[in-house]
Design a protein around this ligand. Structure first.
Ligand SMILES: Cc1cc2nc3c(=O)[nH]c(=O)nc-3n(C[C@H](O)[C@H](O)[C@H](O)COP(=O)(O)OP(=O)(O)OC[C@H]3O[C@@H](n4cnc5c(N)ncnc54)[C@H](O)[C@@H]3O)c2cc1C
Length: 430
């Protein structure tokens, strides 16, 4: 007989410890890849725990290999730029890089394997074990086909995008805007069958989004995102970003499942409407939709400093800035009743700004760093620093800073200005 109980008790378990490392990186997206590589090159023994079956996060599993705010950066981002432009046949559109996601997938994996990083795919971080005083994470707990496992490390870096490790370790966090709404999700899509030169001639970039929306409307379709993006990645491939799914929380798998179903169906309708136009679009073909929905915004973990919109408007930077960001405010409207495009405060004038090291250091645990979109910031600041060129720089900074702290036998928060200066110069112009 099926039980009607609202919950079931589970017995206490003893979980096997599968390995011990200097540094564990949770999540192998743009930030996690760079964190692992930076730490391993600095001599640390590193494990990456990744729920997907590849590195790259939004670039690869998310099918959005379109790298914004990379142009000022050296270090690992500079190496990737050289690879993308000189070996992978990628594109530079303004200051943004486009690349075939499969090439990137292989390159990221090769880099980490050659640096001696241990990769564990298909493994989701589900819990954290801490010291009795609650200040130190001792083990990451995962679930996979191998069951429940524990992984020990001296330092941890949360690069899960959603802040899963920090949240499981009991760290405080913020979510969404003042109304508790986060930016919408979107599905990444790769299309082919368009001539890139003809596209540029018929739909030049400054008007492309508005014209695409007009075309969809002319075909009888009201897109959920009024500013659809179409960018050339090289090798005949384009990314297409044409949908928004509103009010779907990152931690609600039912809502995300429904969002994925809606988004895929809508994208197929977009492609059909465009193909019916003939001409430039006659051979348009959908190559793939992402298997994971693109989550723009989830937890912003509390750090020992918080990046604020005032930092951006005033262009603040200090010797403790890990890197600088040059990207403006980019809020995809959380409330579709207000608008279905970009909804940012037009009166604010963003300037390049520095991201303080302390925004990467968890407030509530001593041996935990964050990198990528889950660092400590307010709603508007997050809309700027979340892009992937910045995520790579933050990841590399976290990895190199973590390795240095271990070598010096200090906590990450104790790194001096001189310590930070040993690696921050590589991460962006100062
Ligand atoms: C729809 C959309 C469009 C965007 N467009 C652009 C753009 O054009 N250009 C740009 O530069 N940026 C863009 N962004 C922003 C950018 O993609 C993200 O903010 C960026 O991915 C941040 O990098 P990250 O490494 O922090 O996170 P992610 O790329 O999200 O990587 C996180 C990784 O952690 C893994 N992970 C998560 N939870 C767990 C867990 N519990 N256990 C194990 N692994 C886990 C994930 O599988 C993933 O591989 C876009 C974002 C979205 C959602």
């Amino acid at each position: 007989m099926p039980s009607s109980a609202a919950s079931v008790p589970e017995s206490a378990r003893v979980t096997p410890v599968r390995g011990s490392y200097d540094i564990i990186v949770a999540g192998g997206g743009p930030a996690g890849y760079a964190a692992a590589l930076g730490a391993a090159r600095a001599g640390a023994a590193v494990l990456v725990l990744e729920q997907a079956a590849c590195l790259g996060g939004i670039w690869t599993a998310g099918l959005l290999p379109w790298i914004i705010d990379q142009h000022t950066r050296g270090g690992i981002m500079g190496e990737l730029r050289d690879y993308i432009l000189n070996q992978a046949g990628g594109t530079l559109v303004g200051t943004t890089l486009g690349v075939d996601p499969e090439r990137l997938k292989l390159r990221l994996e090769t880099d980490l394997v050659e640096a001696g990083v241990r990769l564990r795919y298909n493994t989701m971080l589900t819990a954290a074990h801490k010291s009795p005083d609650g200040r130190t994470v001792t083990h990451a707990i995962t679930e996979s086909k191998a069951g429940r496992e524990a992984w020990q490390a001296r330092l941890f870096i949360d690069c899960s995008g959603d802040g899963d490790l920090a949240a499981r370790a009991g760290c405080g966090f913020d979510y969404g805007n003042e109304q508790g709404l986060a930016q919408p999700t979107s599905i990444g899509v790769i299309v082919t069958g368009i001539d890139p030169d003809r596209l540029e001639a018929e739909l030049p970039r400054p008007v492309r989004k508005v014209k695409l929306c007009d075309m969809l409307r002319a075909g009888g379709l009201e897109p959920s995102y009024a500013l659809p993006g179409l960018g050339y990645l090289g090798h005949g491939l384009f990314f297409y970003g044409g949908t928004h799914q509103y009010n779907r929380r990152f931690d609600d798998p039912d809502a995300l499942t429904a969002a994925l179903i809606d988004a895929r169906a809508e994208v197929h309708r977009h492609i059909e409407v465009l193909r019916r136009r003939g001409g430039l679009w006659a051979d348009l073909r959908l190559l793939g939709t992402a298997s994971a929905l693109g989550i723009r915004e989830a937890r912003r973990i509390h750090g020992r400093a918080t990046v604020t919109v005032d930092d951006i408007v005033e262009g603040r930077s200090t010797p403790r800035s890990v890197c600088r960001s040059h990207f403006g405010l980019d809020v995809h409207a959380p409330d579709p009743e207000r608008c279905r495009g970009i909804d940012k405060p037009l009166e604010l004038r963003p300037r390049p700004y520095g991201i303080p090291w302390e925004a990467l250091v968890a407030r509530d645990c001593d041996n935990l760093l964050m990198a990528g979109r889950c660092i400590s910031g307010d709603f508007l600041a997050h809309s700027s620093y979340r892009v992937t060129g910045t995520a790579v720089a933050l990841g590399e900074g976290a990895g190199r800073g973590a390795a240095l702290a271990l070598q010096r036998g200090i906590q990450p928060a104790e790194l001096t200005d001189e310590d930070l200066a040993t690696f921050t110069a590589d991460l962006a112009d100062r």
